[in-house]
Structure formats: structure tokens, C-alpha cells
Design a protein around this ligand. Structure first.
Ligand code: RFL
Length: 392
């Protein structure tokens, strides 16, 4: 077994792990990133698509914006199509000129990988049998087997569990140390990634046919979401039904059909652990919390956690001040719960206002009133815009 030593081991090379690794590198702190998948797999994985204002500011402040944001498209307008009628919410204007950027997750990941390697960062792909030990000691360890079958043991001051919901980090914490909060929104989403030109603005469509959404995912691709029963069978979604339902629900009879690149049924669930740390292990991003895709905050929470942890580790390493590390979990959970609320607000507002038979007539009317308020109250529109832009 090869024995090594560093300051931080980052487990996982998704948005959270790669952001953290780049910030640590910028701060001059040694770290090793250990990723289970191949580089190609990680760089092709398509998921989120919106980077909020705050996250973009953060990349600016750390001097990474030039390499990470590049051509990220700015779209300050959100379309709500209600019963086929477009209603535009000028989010940037409502949020004091601040806006989110369209930056598909795979581009963010590709750029963060490139930036880290360009700065001579230590990023290891295809690491299997990853195991965390001695987390409650001053020098925890990670062991893994590399692609050639050689075993490694890395000792470090801090472990960052950035390995997503199904990763090994959270499962390495002894039973009883973390409180888990889960919520099943009792809604299914059928999602389609397709070669269809992106919409003019990101769009949510509400009608008695049910909820649908159309989001940009690159210059020629779109991601669509369609509300469906929770345990819906994927095989029932033939190409013909997909385009027929999208045209109906989006109120867009001329929507062109394109090659379907991926289809899946997404669980609309929420999950949070508290605290987001144990001993010298810090859980970051999806390893600590899952949020529904409604509101587009999963990737942004991951980036926020990563920045909070990078700053805390910098204080500990550079100034010997461990207080920010002790505050890490509470700081991140504040934002997590705020976004869980935002996501739940949108979920109820946009799903209950669809088919009255699904939500029942009372909740249907409540949801329609909420939706209407976005276009009649400056305060309601302002709050929505602030949360969407991710201010603060
Ligand atoms: P990730 O992206 O899951 O990365 C974790 C990394 O850890 C690796 N890994 C391991 N490495 C070493 N050892 C192990 N034992 C390991 N186990 C796992 C994995 O291979 C991977 O590389 O977590 P991270 O970095 O916290 O980032 C979180 C985001 O990916 C996630 O929140 C978003 O993608 C969620 N999400 C969306 N977020 C948004 O902000 N806006 C959206 O519109 C949006 N849409 C989505 C989404 C997630 C989706 N899925 C499938 C989960 C749409 C979908 C369909």
C-alpha cells in the first residue's frame, strides 16, 4: 500500500468537489481529489443548468470567472405560460439588476477540471473501494484502489465528502450522529433531454393538462420536465407521447421534435442532514442535502457549501482559527433550508395550479392565487426574483 499525506482529501469530482478543490488551490492549500468515475463520464454528465448570481460573484472574487463563466448566457427573464398565455417575469430587473446565468452543469464541471489541472492540481479518477477511517481523530485517512489495482492510503487534516447522495462519506459517519430530514413531495417528474433548440426564456407551463417546463441546456439542446405519477413507467413514454404531451402542456403546437438523448423519471424528494459534519469530515453539496430540481438550486447549494468550507479551511490553516469550521454546518444549513422552502413554494404553486383533479379544487385555487400574485404584487415578484437570482 502506498502511504501519502496532504492537507485536505476531497472525495468526489462533481460541482461541489471541483469548486472546493479549485478554491483550496487558489488559497495555496494542498488537496487531493479522489473520484470514482472516469474523467469522460464526469465531464459528460448532464444535470443542472443555472448558476445563480451569488455563485458567479464568488467565482469572480476568487479569480476564476474568466476560466469558468466564459460565455455563460445571461437570461434575466422567466416565462410562466399559464393556460397557453405567456407571462414574463423580469427577474433581473426585479432583483436590482442581478440575474442567474445559463451554465449547463457539464460545462461547469469541464471548466473546473481544466482549471484545476492547469494549476497542477492532484485529481485522481477511477478510484474504487474508497473508504474513510479515523474521522474523529486529528489525522483521518482515506484508502482506495487506483485503476492499476494499487492501493493508496492518504492521511489528511480534513476530509471533504463531496461524493453526492449515494456516496461513501455520509455512510462513514457512525449511526446516531446525524439527524436526517426527508420529504416526499408525492409528485413525479418525467424528464427528457433532447436536441431541440432552447426556449427564448426558461419556461414553466401550467394548464389543466398538467405541469411542464422547458429549459435551455446548451446552444442546441433542451431539458423538458413533465409532471407524471410518482411511480410512472418509463416505457409508457413513447416518442410520440412525449411530443404530443409537450405540445399540449407548453401550449406550443409547433414545438419541433428532436432526438431524445436521455429520459428518466426523477424523484421529487428533499433530504437534509444535520449537522453537515462529523469530526474532521465535512459533508458538501448533495452528500448533505437533496433538493427537488424545482427552482434550480441543487448545484448552487453545492457551490455555496464548497466556498463556505474553503474559507473555513483557509482560516484554520492560515490563521489557526477553527471557529469558521465549527460554524460551517449552521451557515450552510441556513441557506439549505431557505432554498428548500423556495423549492417547495414553487412546487406547490406550479403543480397544484394544473389539473384541478390532482390537487383538489381548494388547493388548485390557492395555487392559482399565488401564481397570480407574482404578476400583481411587486413584493411577491421581488421576493421570487431575489431567491431565483440567489442574492445574499
Ligand atoms: P454530484 O454531482 O453527485 O457529484 C458527486 C461526485 O462524487 C462521485 N462519487 C464518488 N467518488 C469517490 N468515491 C465514491 N465512493 C463516490 N461516490 C460518488 C460521483 O461520481 C460524482 O462525480 O454532487 P455535488 O458535487 O454535490 O453536486 C450536486 C449537483 O450535481 C446536484 O445538486 C444537481 O445536479 C441537482 N440538479 C439540479 N440542480 C440545479 O441547481 N438545477 C437543476 O436544474 C438541476 N436539475 C439535478 C437536475 C439533478 C438531477 N439528477 C439526475 C440527480 C436534474 C437532474 C435530472
Amino acid at each position: 500500500m502506498l502511504h501519502e499525506s496532504t492537507t485536505v482529501v476531497v472525495i468526489g469530482a462533481g460541482p461541489s468537489g471541483l469548486t472546493l478543490a479549485n478554491l483550496l488551490r487558489t488559497a495555496g492549500i494542498d488537496c487531493v481529489v479522489v473520484e470514482r468515475q472516469t474523467r469522460t463520464y464526469v465531464e459528460q454528465r448532464q444535470r443542472a443548468g443555472v448558476l445563480e448570481w451569488r455563485a458567479a460573484q464568488m467565482f469572480e472574487e476568487w479569480g476564476l470567472a474568466g476560466r469558468v463563466l466564459q460565455d455563460a448566457r445571461v437570461d434575466g427573464t422567466q416565462e410562466f405560460r399559464i393556460d397557453g398565455v405567456p407571462h414574463l417575469l423580469e427577474v433581473a430587473e426585479r432583483a436590482g439588476g442581478r440575474y442567474a446565468r445559463i451554465l449547463p452543469q457539464q460545462f461547469l464541471v469541464q471548466r473546473l477540471v481544466a482549471a484545476f489541472l492547469e494549476d497542477k492540481g492532484d485529481l485522481r479518477f477511477e478510484c474504487t473501494d474508497v473508504r474513510l477511517d479515523r474521522l474523529d481523530t486529528a489525522r483521518p485517512t482515506v484508502t482506495y484502489t487506483d485503476a492499476e489495482g494499487e492501493q493508496h492510503r492518504i492521511e489528511a487534516d480534513y476530509m471533504a465528502g463531496c461524493d453526492g447522495f449515494h456516496g461513501v462519506s455520509r455512510r462513514s459517519v457512525p449511526d446516531g450522529e446525524l439527524t436526517t430530514y426527508t420529504y416526499d413531495h408525492r409528485i413525479g417528474w418525467f424528464t427528457v433531454l433532447a436536441d431541440v433548440p432552447p426556449p427564448r426564456h426558461p419556461m414553466f407551463a401550467v394548464s389543466t393538462h398538467g405541469f411542464a417546463a422547458h429549459f435551455p441546456r446548451g446552444p442546441r439542446s433542451s431539458r423538458f420536465y413533465l409532471q407524471c405519477p410518482m411511480d410512472d413507467d418509463l416505457s409508457g413514454w413513447t416518442e410520440e407521447r412525449i411530443w404530443e404531451q409537450l405540445r399540449l402542456r407548453l401550449g406550443e403546437p409547433a414545438l419541433p421534435a428532436g432526438e431524445v438523448l436521455e429520459k428518466a423519471v426523477v424523484e421529487m424528494r428533499s433530504f437534509v442532514v444535520d449537522p453537515m459534519s462529523y469530526g474532521r469530515l465535512f459533508l458538501v453539496g448533495d452528500a448533505a442535502h437533496i433538493i427537488t430540481p424545482m427552482g434550480g438550486k441543487g448545484m448552487n447549494l453545492a457551490v455555496f457549501d464548497a466556498e463556505t468550507l474553503a474559507k473555513a479551511i483557509r482560516s484554520a490553516v492560515r490563521d489557526g482559527d477553527e471557529q469558521p469550521l465549527r460554524d460551517y454546518s449552521a451557515t450552510c444549513l441556513d441557506r439549505t433550508w431557505s432554498f428548500q422552502e423556495y423549492s417547495r413554494w414553487m412546487t406547490e404553486m406550479l403543480h397544484d395550479s394544473g389539473d384541478p383533479a390532482t390537487a383538489g379544487p381548494f388547493l388548485h385555487r390557492i395555487a392559482r392565487a399565488r401564481l397570480k400574485r407574482l404578476f400583481t404584487s411587486d413584493h411577491a415578484a421581488g421576493l421570487f426574483a431575489d431567491l431565483q437570482a440567489g442574492i445574499g
